[in-house]
Design a protein around this ligand. Structure first.
Ligand SMILES: *Cc1c(COP(=O)(O)O)cnc(C)c1O
Ligand code: SF4
Length: 443
């Protein structure tokens, strides 16, 4: 096998700066197009950016954002902080501190105080899902569903840009004790030897592809060499195709990365890229199409997922376009998620009933090849809960739901019902239907 060649010159002429350049609070005012924003809008970015993480880059700014549509452009909203992402009293508090002159310590205190009010660790991530081995907590891993272990390599805990809705936001703003990390692949291997039920290891972050290939291969090659018969699939959760496709094309170690992918496949393992795309815009550049083709040439399969979010992609047409384009490019639509109950959820949340309608209307328009997608799904404490739709039983309007993944495997695919509530945005907002006191999975 040999990884696919591509036309370097054509790509470089498409984007003069194919060298990665990050934009953060410190330097975003240097992006050329930013002059289209008023001073007030720039200040708003600073206020929110002091609480929630902010990082974007030259590819996102120059190739993805349509500056004629700013401030409503979906990719702009996806990476630039927006005023309404903070509750107004939080916004006013931070704005006042920034205006009063900049005592760094005070800014930090206020930022942290606000952050703690934004539910920084939802769905019991810090408490329920951390596995242990011989009495020792494995802080860089999560094991919630039987078949799949999540692994958080310590060097892979940032991203090429930050999504404003990210539920891993606390680790990007340096909130102590919230960073998952594990340096030693050894512990992971020991764990997999003990847990034969695990078939999938999912490298996640942040974005593991922020790592140099050398670092990533230290993890993956070690895992391959351990030759674990139960390990069938290596998954890599990544947003690099959306935020920095040059990772697979022009970065100095891009070819080595693709060779690493090939090694995984040649070892007889399934290599799954769990690619995060939020909007069809991210699938349109030459760079992303080349990158997808190169990844596929290694034998890896690209599966796609995204949350449904107000102000970014809460229309069926957007999902229809996105799924169709993904299938055309040979990718497999996989999950539609609901915005998690953390950070700026009030800004992004789409009511469950509405999300269902978006899903249904888009699903009806695509061929069976795109109907591999499942959703809308909440990654809640007991499991991944799919909202099936609105129905009526004996005169009572209900929401039908089921688990796609659950802490208890036996809970999966048992339909259950909640009282219809058009405003509910999360499992916690729902009450059991038919006068029941609790849902079947609650003690
Ligand atoms: C989503 C998720 C997985 C993977 O679930 P699949 O349905 O197999 O893709 C694994 N662990 C956790 C904690 C998850 O949230
Ligand atoms: S790419 Fe993923 S981990 Fe990174 S900021 Fe976006 S949602 Fe968060």
């Amino acid at each position: 096998m040999q990884v696919l060649e591509f036309d370097v010159d054509a790509l470089v002429s498409a984007l003069p700066g194919t060298k990665y350049r990050a934009y953060t609070l410190k330097n975003f005012r240097q992006t050329l197009q930013i002059e289209r924003l008023s001073e007030e809008q720039k200040f708003e970015i600073e206020v929110v950016g002091h609480v929630l993480p902010f990082r974007t880059n030259n590819y996102v700014v120059e190739e993805l954002i349509d500056w004629n549509r700013v401030p409503n452009d979906p990719i702009f909203v996806l990476t630039f902080p927006q005023k309404d992402m903070l509750q107004s009293h939080h916004f006013d508090e931070m704005a006042a501190v920034l205006k009063s002159g900049t005592d760094k310590q005070k800014i930090k205190e206020v930022a942290n105080k606000i952050r703690w009010q934004l539910n920084p660790h939802p769905a019991g991530q810090m408490t329920h899902n951390m596995p242990s081995l011989e009495g020792e907590k494995l802080t860089g891993m999560q094991h919630k569903y039987k078949e799949t272990v999540l692994f958080f390599p310590s060097e892979g805990q940032t991203c090429h840009a930050y999504c404003t809705f990210c539920f891993r936001w606390p680790q990007f703003v340096g909130m102590d004790g919230l960073k998952f990390a594990m340096r030693e692949t050894e512990r992971l291997i020991d764990y997999l030897v003990e847990h034969r039920e695990v078939s999938d290891v999912l490298f996640t972050g942040g974005d593991p592809l922020i790592m140099k290939t050398k670092t990533l291969s230290a993890y993956i090659d070690t895992l391959l060499e351990a030759d674990l018969p139960n390990l069938k699939t290596i998954r890599i959760g990544t947003k690099a195709l959306g935020y920095w496709p040059y990772r697979f094309l022009l970065d100095r170690d891009a070819d080595e990365l693709l060779e690493l992918f090939e090694r995984v496949v040649l070892r007889g393992k399934h290599l799954a890229m769990m690619a995060h795309f939020n909007h069809p815009r991210e699938l349109q550049t030459e760079a992303v199409k080349e990158a997808i083709a190169r990844i596929q040439s290694t034998g890896a399969i690209i599966r796609t997922q995204s949350p449904v979010m107000a102000n970014i992609n809460d229309k069926p047409e957007i999902w229809e376009r996105m799924w169709k384009e993904q299938v055309r490019l040979g990718c497999v639509p996989y999950y539609m998620f609901l915005a998690r109950d953390t950070g700026a959820q009030h800004y992004f949340s789409v009511p469950l009933a509405k999300a269902c309608e978006i899903f249904r209307k888009a699903y009806q328009k695509v061929s069976g090849l795109a109907r591999t997608v499942r959703g809308p799904s909440m990654s809640a404490d007991p499991g991944k809960v799919q909202v099936l739709g609105v129905s009526e039983v004996n005169g009572e309007k209900v929401l039908a739901l089921q688990f796609l993944q659950a802490r208890q495997p036996d809970w999966v695919l048992r339909p259950f019902f909640a009282r219809y509530d058009p405003e509910a945005v999360w499992l916690d907002d729902l009450e059991p239907a038919f006068g029941a006191e609790r849902f079947f999975f609650e003690r």
